[in-house]
Design a binder for this molecule. Structure first.
Ligand code: GDP
Length: 716
């Protein structure tokens, strides 16, 4: 355990310019977890290194993660570089690492991390180069404007090829790597690296954790290559940094100082022009310390990124908040986690202002005032309590009750709403029920808690069958959540077969009418409305607009109609799948002085929506997966033939060393048991990777089958 006083003292003297909020991103198995582990070890936070293969890593603290050897949930970890006990306080930097999971079922975790990060380390496998998921996370990082550095890992592995990976970073990612380090040797002869700018060779004296390295001269057989690469590096930095004096010096044939070059590269990295690229082997403990130096030298501090923009609902305009402690508070909750020891933890990124333990904050997204119980700096297996946190920091709050992922915490007098985090739609669903009646309530509670933590996990109760349906990003995702329910909430449940999560949408503009009129003795019921539905662009979601002018329907009943519409959409019209991407207008109706009520208008809204949707014509949408199969040449024909029989669209085939990579789009409904199928087809020599791509209309013959199957099930 580390002395927490010591941390707090150090923290107090670390200015925001020396804070780095980073994430480590990669294709699964490239070495993200191992690299994170080494970061924690060399920064001095863990004294026993975790070994993934033995399932004891520090970051992967959840039991299922240990068993499965994958990282599922981000944990925000704070560490210091250079190590705090060996460095004078004014030289210490603080690195907040947000762990991002590697498995594609957890893309939401990657998205939410990237949203709050300032910079990222992208890890590659030196043998595999740029893999498909590397491409996906790279694009995600582009979307959130996250400056990056690259680490070409596994230089010790058979087949490791540094220059091939550099080539792929250029070709497949369209990035410009600034080669900062060259490997000395490769595969089993990988010994260390040469830092080009410094013309320094670093040789590690062993593979074990904590093995020392010494600095030495560049080996004579590498001198020429080092000079060539170094000249290219300096030239590109001078050309691409926005510092004119650097370019002038370069053009006059004078080499700028090391400090000037590094500063130039920092600018070029933060403006996405260059990507400083290093290499090493995390497993063999080589090359990690220079990578930590690079995080500090080249990735931005919270002060280097533009002030955050949000909407001030009081003044009804967009405003900016600078990353300063004395600005009004603006913080984004990016993760909620139930911790076995302290309860509900809310991870927040502070964009401006100060958070103090014991104070009250305003959740502007839901209008509730919340008390900040305690503030914690988190480590996967250790935590330190702090009194306050300032702009630029990432901390966990204990005590917030009503704050969910994506909510903004702000000052009540100077409110601001930050853009919320968007998540992809779940693609797979299954029915779930408690094993015993007594567990019913516990099941509901557990599902609610888990859904609060994970926005891609959704719960719905089917109105017709009364069943509870859960949806998520893949079978593994749901399996893990059900497992957590057993372990953490002690609820045993029976589950149905996983089903593809179809959606419904309308084809054309149409109108519909809903009347709910009952006259039974005393006070009756009267609700009546006319709706118009219009298809929206894909992903535009749902909007409800009132066009009622005059007194056709009193204003207070409009929201009730909206509620009825929403409920009907959730339950679907064609085959019980949620209806999406449409705009609904209420344009007319009538009411009764005595009999009208909210409930009557809600029911009328629901009936009208169903009527309008039927008139508009309905289509079923299905999730389409991006599927990439890597196979030896010999099986190419079989694999493509098989994919084609699955309604696949083959996008292209690439050659990589001795293998072929087939890129395709395949409906998820056709991908059941694909792992087994592929194994049989290729005697286990091919592998595949799949992730959700988009939703597409289901061909009409298949729609009919699905509709009649769902109708049958409903009428059972
Ligand atoms: P992640 O899925 O990206 O988090 O990858 P992991 O860190 O879990 O590593 C995946 C596998 O690669 C594990 O078996 C590691 O031991 C192994 N690995 C990680 N780094 C290296 C490395 O530098 N060299 C070699 N040869 N294997 C490595």
């Amino acid at each position: 355990m580390v002395d927490s006083d010591n941390y707090t003292k150090k923290k107090d003297v670390i200015p925001t310019s020396r804070v780095r909020n980073i994430g480590i991103i990669a294709h699964i198995d490239a070495g993200k977890t191992t690299t994170t582990e080494r970061f924690l070890f060399y920064t001095g936070k863990t004294y026993k290194i975790g070994d993934i293969d033995a399932g004891t890593t520090q970051m992967d603290w959840m039991e299922q993660e240990k068993e499965r050897g994958i990282t599922i949930q981000s944990a925000a970890t704070t560490c210091f570089w250079p190590p705090y006990d060996k460095t004078p306080p004014d030289k210490i930097n603080r690195i907040n690492i947000i762990d991002t999971p590697g498995h594609v079922d957890f893309t939401a975790e990657v998205e939410r991390s990237l949203r709050v990060l300032d910079g990222a380390v992208m890890v590659f496998d030196a043998e595999e180069g740029v893999q498909s998921q590397s491409e996906t996370v790279w694009r995600q990082a582009d979307k959130y404007n996250v400056p990056r550095i690259c680490f070409i890992n596994k230089m010790d592995k058979l087949g490791a090829d540094f220059m091939m990976t550099i080539g792929m970073i250029k070709d497949r990612l369209g990035a410009e790597p600034a080669i900062m380090a060259l490997p000395i040797g490769a595969e089993k002869d990988f010994k260390g690296i040469i830092l080009l700018l410094e013309r320094k060779a670093l040789i590690w004296e062993g593979d074990e954790t904590g093995a020392k390295f010494h600095e030495t001269e560049v080996p004579s057989d590498m001198k020429e290559e080092v000079e060539t690469q170094r000249a290219i590096l300096i030239e590109r930095i001078c050309e691409l940094s926005s510092n004119d004096s650097l370019l002038e010096k370069h053009l006059e044939g004078e080499e700028p100082s090391l400090g000037e070059i590094k500063k130039g590269l920092r600018g070029a990295t933060i403006s996405y022009k260059l990507v400083p690229t290093y290499c090493g082997s995390s497993l063999r403990n080589k090359g990690v310390q220079p990578l930590l130096d690079a995080v500090i030298d080249f990735l931005p501090s919270p002060l280097d990124i533009p002030p955050v923009t949000g909407y001030n609902p009081k003044l009804e305009r967009d405003e900016k908040r600078a990353p300063k402690a004395d600005e009004p508070l603006a913080a984004l909750a990016f993760k909620v986690q139930t911790d076995p020891h302290v309860g509900r933890l809310t991870y927040v990124r502070l964009y401006s202002g100060t958070l103090t333990s014991g104070s009250y904050v305003y959740n502007i997204s839901n209008g509730k005032k919340e008390r900040v119980g305690r503030l914690l700096l988190m480590h996967a297996n250790n935590r330190e309590e702090i009194k306050e946190a300032v702009a630029g920091e990432i901390v966990a709050i204990v005590g917030l009750k009503d704050t969910s992922t994506g909510d903004t915490l702000a000052s009540e007098t100077k409110p601001i709403i930050l853009e919320t985090i968007t998540f992809p739609d779940p693609v797979i669903s299954l029915a779930i029920e408690p094993k015993t009646r007594a567990d019913q309530e516990k099941l509901g509670y557990a599902l609610k808690r888990l859904a609060e933590e994970d926005p891609t996990f959704q719960i719905k109760s089917d109105r017709e069958t009364g069943q509870t349906i859960i949806s998520g990003m893949g079978e593994l995702h749901l399996e893990i959540l059900i497992d957590r329910m057993k372990r953490e909430f002690r609820v045993e449940a029976n589950t149905g077969q996983p089903q593809v999560a179809y959606k419904e949408t309308i084809k054309e503009i149409a109108t519909g009418e809903g009347k709910y009129i009952r006259q039974s003795g005393g006070r009756g019921q009267y609700g009546h409305c006319l709706l118009r539905v219009e298809p929206q662009e894909k992903g535009q979601g749902f909007e409800f607009v009132s066009e009622i002018k005059g007194a056709a329907i009193p204003r207070e009943y409009i929201p009730a109609i909206g509620k009825g519409v929403k409920e009907a959409m959730e339950n679907g019209v064609l085959a019980g799948f949620p209806l999406i991407d449409m705009k609904v207008f209420v344009y007319d109706g009538s009411y009764h002085e005595v009999d009208s009520s909210e409930i009557a208008f809600k029911i009328a809204g629901s009936i009208a929506l169903q009527d309008a949707a039927k008139n508009a014509g309905l289509a079923l949408l299905e999730p389409i997966m991006k599927v990439e199969v890597t196979t030896p040449d010999d099986y190419l024909g079989e694999v493509i033939g098989d994919l084609s029989s699955k309604r696949a669209r083959i996008l292209g085939t690439e050659t990589r060393a001795k293998t072929k990579v087939i890129n395709s789009l395949v409906p998820l409904a056709e991908m059941g048991r694909y792992a087994t199928r592929l194994r049989t087809l290729t005697t286990g020599r091919a592998s595949f990777y799949m992730e959700p791509s988009h939703y597409e209309e289901v061909p009409s013959n298949i729609t009919e089958q699905i509709v009649s199957k769902n109708k049958k099930e409903e009428s059972k």
